[in-house]
Write a protein that binds this ligand. Structure first.
Ligand SMILES: C[S@@+](CC[C@H](N)C(=O)[O-])C[C@H]1O[C@@H](n2cnc3c(N)ncnc32)[C@H](O)[C@@H]1O
Length: 278
């Protein structure tokens, strides 16, 4: 008889792990995990009945896709053998995590009960640490390689979040990546939309409950000088002011937006001024 699968996220710090996820870790027959901090890993190994790390599945020079397939098969095989499995990934398990979605998709196709639980992602921490509301100006998020392979028209009036800049163009796992050359391609792409002296930050949420995040600023033209790691995310605050569409505003019957300017127009202006004044 088949078992079941819960795909869960541990958050970025141990303190962000939900009670629901803690409970599944404690009651699962086996927990398979990919974690980046030792405090969470210790908690998991102490509280799970059986816990196995899958981080070691990454192999130098091996295409990431092969590693993801191996992770998914490990979890699925345990459930096929009748175990109740918890697959645990750091952050939110469904955000920039390929095997997690595959596990749920394949399990359901095979009639194995599978569910994904939400977790606290790096982007959630980023919003709190930078102190902005993505609802005010809008916020776009892309994975670095995806953005270059499938270029988008970037909106400079909204926040821009670029995930995995350190792994730009890196489809096979490499421990000590030489990313500078590839980040140059990213910089040149950004310069099609932004002025060279627009500020960009490299952000690393602290993976421990105490301590400050790392937020380092440079101009986009100097993007290649950033020191990046596997937990770096690139952030570009609004650099221009959004244009108001008066036709839409009047069609919506909200002309007061024009007079007292208390929607995204004013916030775009102030945020652009706050973050991106020379
Ligand atoms: C494979 S994705 C995993 C994301 C994770 N599932 C989440 O919800 O945050 C790895 C990327 O997430 C971002 N990331 C992971 N940890 C981070 C941290 N502590 N601070 C900022 N960004 C982080 C980086 O862009 C990194 O390259």
């Amino acid at each position: 008889m088949n078992g079941s699968i819960i795909v869960a996220g541990s958050g970025i710090t141990l303190g962000q792990m939900t009670m629901e996820t803690q409970n599944y870790i404690k009651t699962a027959d086996v927990v398979y995990y990919v974690l980046t901090d030792i405090v969470t890993e210790s908690w998991v190994t102490e509280n799970a009945r059986i816990a196995h790390s899958m981080k070691e599945y990454y192999e130098e020079g091996v295409g990431r896709i092969h590693t993801y397939i191996k992770m998914a098969n490990t979890v699925l095989d345990a459930a096929r053998q009748g175990h109740n499995v918890c697959a645990l990934f750091y952050g939110h398990p469904g955000i920039f995590v390929t095997p997690s979605h595959e596990i749920v998709r394949i399990a359901r196709a095979e009639g194995i009960p599978a569910r994904m639980l939400a977790g606290v992602s790096a982007e959630d921490c980023l919003v709190a640490d930078f102190g902005f509301d993505p609802g005010k100006t809008g916020c776009a998020a892309y994975e670095a390689t995806q953005l270059l392979a499938y270029p988008k028209k970037l909106d400079t009036a909204a926040w821009l979040i670029i995930w995995q800049p350190e792994a730009t163009g890196d489809v096979a796992y490499t421990k000590n990546r030489q990313y500078a050359q590839k980040v140059q391609i990213l910089r040149d792409y950004l310069l099609k939309f932004y002025l060279p002296d627009t500020k960009a930050a490299v952000y690393e949420a602290n993976t421990y409950s105490i301590g400050a995040p790392k937020i380092e600023w440079k101009m986009i033209k100097d993007l290649c000088d950033f020191e990046l790691s596997g937990i770096s995310t690139l952030v570009i605050p609004p650099a221009t002011k959004a244009e108001m569409d008066l036709e839409n505003v009047y069609a919506l019957g909200i002309p007061e937006v024009v007079s007292n300017r208390h929607t995204s127009d004013y916030s775009t202006e102030s945020e652009a001024a706050e973050w991106n004044t020379p």
